[in-house]
Design a protein around this ligand. Structure first.
Ligand code: A2H
Length: 253
């Protein structure tokens, strides 16, 4: 994280089926709008490998009107940024339709754009920051050490995390091949650094750094429209293609 704004991709994940708790809170408040969870990512080229999505159970989310047809689920902080960036109209104005504690969103089913597994579940992650991005993190366990370790924690202790084991059943999907770690970069680094849980935040920060550099400088796409191309080139192409398809937008902070 350097100086100056971070250029994220806002990934639109349409809600296919709300959890009963979220359904009760929203009832008909979004009207006829399609509702999307919006995840902020720095690695749009990995979206083929989404296996689930993460929220913080202690974070407060809102459902915000984008226009007459769409609404986004994110933190109020992110919605305000989006309004000032012209993503939400009218510019500068935020209309909150409903409020959802993160814990109520867990168990909802969403459509993950470009993913090889098109429908995935929302799961809890301890280390989601309310102060970064949208507060929604899409999970790519093949290439993100945090995502991989959290998925393993959830599979180990589903009762503790209050989830149905079937929500965490999708396995990591190979998306990028790196010379040093093969086609499962994040799991290989997690193993190498002997990371045991998502609470190992110091080692996970190191793993994230290694995975990011290896993927960006040496990675090659092994799936999708840009299969065979270096990550450095595919990154912007996948992003542009998602934006063109109406499945993503530029988001900075
Ligand atoms: B990345 P930076 Cl495959 N709290 O997307 C915690 N983490 C968050 C977050 C929040 N509120 N909002 C976004 N993030 C995650 C994909 C990915 C990401 C891969 C590999 C590495 C990676 C799939 N998860 O991030 O602090 C999001 O996860 C490591 C750079 O702004 C987002 O990109 O640098 C990244 O952290 C943004 O982190």
């Amino acid at each position: 994280e350097g100086i100056g704004p971070q250029e994220y991709t806002g990934v639109k994940m349409e809600v296919v089926q709300w959890s009963p708790e979220a359904e009760a809170l929203i009832s008909n408040k979004a009207g006829n709008r399609k509702v999307y969870l919006v995840a902020a990512t720095l690695r749009p080229e990995t979206m083929y490998g989404q296996t689930n999505c993460f929220v913080g159970t202690g974070i407060k989310y809102g459902v915000f009107a984008v226009n007459d047809k769409e609404a986004y689920v994110c933190t109020v902080r992110a919605a305000r940024n989006m309004a000032f960036q012209g993503v939400i109209t009218p510019r500068g104005n935020v209309e909150q339709l409903a409020e959802l504690p993160g814990s109520t969103i867990v168990g909802s089913k969403i459509r993950a754009p470009f993913a090889i597994n098109p429908e995935v579940y929302v799961l809890p992650m301890d280390n989601v920051l309310a102060t970064k991005g949208t507060g929604v993190v899409t999970s790519v366990p093949s290439d993100s050490p945090d995502d991989y370790q959290t998925l393993m924690d959830l599979r180990k202790k589903p009762e503790f995390y209050k989830i149905d084991p079937s929500w965490a059943a999708i396995d990591p999907v190979p998306v990028i091949s790196t010379p040093a770690y093969g086609d499962m970069t994040a799991p290989a680094i997690v193993k190498q650094l002997k990371i045991q849980s998502q609470k190992d935040t110091k080692q996970l920060a190191e793993a994230k750094e290694i995975a990011y550099k290896e993927g960006f400088y040496n990675g090659k796409m092994i799936v999708g429209e840009y299969k065979g191309e270096p990550v450095q080139e595919a990154k912007v192409k996948v992003r542009d293609s998602m934006i063109k398809a109406g499945l993503a937008f530029a988001y900075a902070e």
